[in-house]
Design a protein around this ligand. Structure first.
Ligand code: NAP
Length: 255
């Protein structure tokens, strides 16, 4: 049986690394994309190998069209195909600013990396998948959005709007790619312990203690990785477009 090939964006650190490690446990070969931290990406590759997988690291800024094309080209040159795309790379705003004051620069940056990047990378990879004449593995696309897709945080509107857009990305590509047998899914993480949330650790520690979500702990990158692995195993063949909440129950309304 052939080895599944996964392309995971932003896989050097944080949630992306957690995803890469869980896919490695399934024996995948993984293209570990990163933006600038090559040391973290190299360390991730070592961990992937130790977990039973293999792979390569590829630097590419997902907000750049040239970089996206190179990322896909290098992946296909190395492995000949892509079975799973995980749109994970993303950034928080450099400064949290009230929406009555926030500037366009931050908006353009967040939309470029968090929404336009995954949208056009998905387009590129989808066309590659369509051209593959796959037999063994039904290709799949998983996008990591956020509880911010539907939770209004008025001090980071740019981030929320980008994540809400990923919900429509999922719906659009799920509808368009079903005829090719390509499954498209979205995972909405809650608060996960990574560098991204390192700066607001005390705030969330307090919120967790006060019961902001029912499962009273931080999420771990492996929580998201396990959800991606469950999808990658192919156990949701009749569920394209599905949204998986991996958030400790944050999305529940209680009375
Ligand atoms: P993180 O620890 O800050 O890691 C971000 C990763 O994305 C890094 O590998 C980084 O590469 C990469 N990256 C950043 N900009 C990129 C670009 N332009 N092109 C390619 N790669 C880029 O963040 P995280 O917490 O793991 O978040 C991962 C995803 O989950 C993001 O989309 C985030 O919005 C989402 N999310 C996170 C949380 C949370 O609580 N942490 C909750 C919900 C959703 P380098 O290592 O090279 O810098």
């Amino acid at each position: 049986m052939a080895t599944p090939i996964s392309l995971v964006t932003g896989a050097g650190r944080g949630i992306g690394r957690g995803i890469a490690l869980e896919l490695a446990r399934l024996g995948h070969h993984i293209v570990i994309n990163y933006a600038g931290n090559s040391a973290a990406a190299d360390e991730c590759l070592e961990m992937v190998r130790a977990a039973g997988g293999d792979g390569i690291t590829v630097q590419a800024d997902v907000s750049s069209s040239d970089d996206r094309h190179r990322l896909v080209r290098e992946t296909v040159e190395k492995y000949g195909r892509i079975d799973l795309l995980v749109n994970n790379a993303g950034v928080a705003p450099n400064v949290r600013a009230d929406i009555l004051e926030a500037g366009e620069e931050s908006f353009d940056r967040l939309i470029g990396i968090n929404l336009k990047g995954p949208y056009f990378l998905t387009q590129l990879v989808a066309n590659q998948m369509i051209s593959q004449n796959w037999r063994e593995f039904a290709p799949q696309i998983v996008t990591i959005s956020s509880i911010s897709a539907y939770t209004a945080s008025t001090n980071r509107g740019d981030y929320c709007i980008a994540k809400a857009g990923l919900g429509m990305l999922t719906a659009l590509f799920a509808a368009r790619l079903a005829e090719y047998g390509i499954g498209v899914y979205e995972i909405r993480p809650g608060v996960i312990a990574t560098d991204m949330t390192g700066g607001v650790k005390e705030k969330y520690d307090k919120m967790i203690a006060e019961g902001a979500w029912p499962i009273k702990r931080w999420g771990e990158p492996s929580d998201i990785g396990r959800a991606v692995a469950a999808i990658a195993r192919g156990d949701f063949p009749f569920s394209t477009g599905e949204v998986f909440n991996v958030d400790g129950g944050f999305h529940l309304r209680t009375l």
